[in-house]
Design a protein around this ligand. Structure first.
Ligand code: FEO
Length: 396
């Protein structure tokens, strides 16, 4: 079945509903799509492939169908991560004369994975390739999301092939284009994809935006998720906000608790935040909710309140994992509150405070570190955190 983006650009994507974890770490309850595109012109060009085995033999068949008897002249590699580069060797076997278009970094990895060193057309930033009607311009966008990543912009049809940028988790269940989908079904998964996969490179996303400033973009064809053929501005606005760390005026409270004392503190703080007038609140148990969703909610809300019991004189291990990942990602522009409880010498809150110093978020109040059962008297120590957070969020 041919799926047309325009009269001469074909969508050749596949849905992956079998994989449990993207990159073997991020859950895929709604699956993911790998998108590829074919331009049929005087010369033909395939833009990226899909993950090996995701479609069985179907991918090459779909390319052949779109080619409709023509040869494949070019394979343009915008991104070498294997969720898109997985069928390159199969494409080269099927069309041995195909010219592979990429940059120097692309070709280094191409050789490393597939040993391919011939029929290469190396392009520089801003280089152009004319297919007949379609004129393609290559825009290097390093670290969105690997160092070799580039985008391809069709100057004739104003279509941007954006690689991972503007992508999302979630399969395309019959609805492929943005004017066909229920946007709300994808919104949460878009942010989870952004924060988990691309978020670390938010400054590079902003550099890519600067490079594309003033470019007339009528459609965006990403490597995951819907094709934005009607309202690409919608996804551009979201990516712009996320990469600037612009978040909602709400708070996510994430706690680690072995026997319920730190959990009780979390619920107390949540209620106090609500009483203070902030009603966008989400509370997570770090042992229950996968870190993927915790990171996504931290991107969603400007307020972050973290709590940990002491565990072997340290933070609880899963809270330590979360804070380490947040530091690794360099997440910015958050208000922070800290709390926890202990039985002997503490360690949960003490190590959370070290995290706070390292990441540099603005503390809204002194940390609350409670000994033993959080009685009503002791819980009053948490009130300043709730009040401080509410004051910051409501005064924005
Ligand atoms: Fe969808 Fe960076 O690969």
């Amino acid at each position: 079945m041919k799926i047309k983006v325009t009269d001469t650009i074909y969508y050749i994507g596949v849905n992956d509903r079998r994989k449990e974890l993207f990159e073997n770490i991020w859950p895929l309850p709604n699956g993911v799509s790998y998108n590829s595109y074919l331009i049929r012109d005087e010369k033909t060009a395939l833009l990226d492939t899909v993950e090996a085995g995701a479609s069985g033999e179907a991918f090459l068949g779909m390319v052949e169908e779109a080619l409709d008897g023509k040869e494949l002249d070019y394979l343009i590699i915008n991104h070498m991560e294997l969720d898109h580069a997985g069928e390159i060797a199969a494409v080269v076997r099927r069309w041995p004369n195909v010219q592979i278009v990429g940059n120097a970094k692309t070709f280094k990895v191409l050789k490393g994975y597939y040993g391919i060193e011939s029929n290469l057309m190396e392009v520089c930033d801003g280089a152009e390739l004319n297919l007949g009607h379609h004129n393609l311009k290559f825009v290097f966008t390093p670290w969105v999301h690997w160092p070799e990543t580039m985008m391809t912009y069709c100057t004739t049809e104003k279509v941007l092939f954006s690689a991972d940028a503007f992508g999302t988790f979630g399969t395309l269940d019959g609805t492929i284009f943005d004017d066909e989908i229920d946007f709300e079904v994808y919104r949460e998964e878009m942010r989870r994809y952004y924060s988990n996969i691309v978020g670390k490179y938010s400054n590079m996303v902003q550099k890519a935006f600067a490079k594309l400033a003033g470019v007339d973009i009528k459609m965006i064809c990403p490597l995951h998720g819907p094709v934005w053929r009607t309202n690409p501005g919608r996804v551009v606005e979201l990516y712009d906000r996320w990469s600037k760390y612009i978040a909602r005026d709400g708070v996510v409270i994430i706690y680690a608790s072995m026997y319920g004392n730190t959990a009780e503190m979390a619920d107390h703080i949540a209620r106090k935040v609500a009483e203070a007038g902030v009603h966008k609140i989400k509370v997570h148990d770090v042992s229950k909710t996968h870190i993927s969703y915790l990171i996504s909610d931290i991107w969603k809300y400007q307020g972050v309140i973290l709590g940990s019991c002491a565990y072997n004189a340290e933070m609880f291990p899963l809270m330590e994992q979360l804070t380490r990942e947040l530091q690794h990602m360099g997440v910015k522009n958050k208000y922070l509150g800290l709390f926890g409880s202990y039985s002997w010498n503490g360690g949960g809150v003490r190590n959370l405070q070290s995290f706070a110093e390292a990441i540099g978020w603005e503390m809204v109040a002194p940390a609350a570190d409670l000994f033993g059962t959080p009685t009503p008297e002791k819980l009053a120590a948490c009130d300043a955190i709730a009040e401080g957070m509410a004051t910051k969020l409501l005064s924005k």
